[in-house]
Write a protein that binds this ligand. Sequence first.
Ligand code: CTP
Length: 408
Amino acid sequence: MLRKSPFKNRKILIGITGGIAAYKIPQLVRILKKEGAEVQIVLSESAKNFVTPQTLSVLSEKPALSDFFKSNQGDWNNHVHLGLWADLILIAPAGANTLAKMTHGICDNLLMSVILSARCPIFVAPAMDLDMWIHPSTQTNIQTLVDRGVHLIDPEEGSLASGLEGKGRMAEPENIAQFLSAHLAPKPNYFLGKRVLVSAGGTQEAIDPVRYIGNHSSGKMGFAIAEQLIELGADVELVYGAVTIAPPANCHSYQTLSAKAMKAKCDEIFPTCDVLIMAAAVADYHAVDVASEKIKKSDDALTLTLAKNPDILKSLSETKKEHQVLIGFALETEKEEFHALEKLQKKNLDCIVLNSLKNPNAGFAVDTNEVTLYCKDGEQFHIPTQQKDQVAAALLNKLGEWLTKTTT
Ligand code: CTP
């Protein structure tokens, strides 16, 4: 049977910057075109010293772009459209200057504007002399970009244009194509057809008919996870407490305000599930005596006696069958990793997702989040700050990959 190329009909934008390795890009364009990709070239002014726009236009079958304005027509190349058009952007060769500009959002030509406008995965294939490559500023910039989700195609070792030998040569076109192909190839979808119980939101523990003890959870992260699981073809059961937005459609959802009610619903549903993702912020205590009438103010101080709530996740993990997978969340304000790993172990979980409250763009009140996934075999994955739906997608992607690898 003929293999379907992962490049077929994919829109790949190649950004070429000034560097001798640019002469290899026509070869890469030929490989990608042969595999069925649509290729758009955007090149910097200095790239033209190493490769001609004409060669690239002929091979890519599209005009190779470098200016905002099309000289004689007064028309312009829209960087936003180009950024949104691409399924994948590759910057090759990416010199030290380009990496520094990407790190700092410097937007002084068409290519840099396209990169800032892009929503698709971005790959960089650096090329530079070995001392520039190992320079702390280059390495720091690379690390920042990788932390933001940019994919690094490591330079190779060998003879450099300077006459020196070492690391800094741009990866060969065949190797770049292979790297991109691995990214584009369809991945096994662990969650397809799986029955997944997701909990979300915060619980409310009544004090009287008017007041309760609650927390700041909005339910956004748990709902984003549920939505993403539905997209992945899972059969989602959603149990949620107090939230600030509507739950997603296309799943069974149940609102349970107290920890006790949430436990009862989770206990009922969990035995028939394959996966539990416990994203709810469950109150640890409830009022021992809930007043039947509104408590009137009288004395200067009011003492409430609280009793511990059951730990829903821990009690479910004690009933866990072999095929079931349990994922917990941890929200910490200090010794974050230590506490998260302690919970992973104490609650007998497969993985735990650590929410960091140290980042002002993560946590309850905002639409963005930053998390780290810790797995019981010691693997960990950091998901940098993004919109909560993007964090949910990246998290389930990593989780799905890890579960595929460890449970089959
Ligand atoms: N959890 C639970 N039932 C509880 C408390 C927590 O199921 N009564 C779950 C949460 O949904 C989360 C995980 O346990 O998936 C960790 O919750 P967290 O509040 O971070 O930790 P606790 O175990 O409550 O410990 P502490 O509050 O002391 O940090």
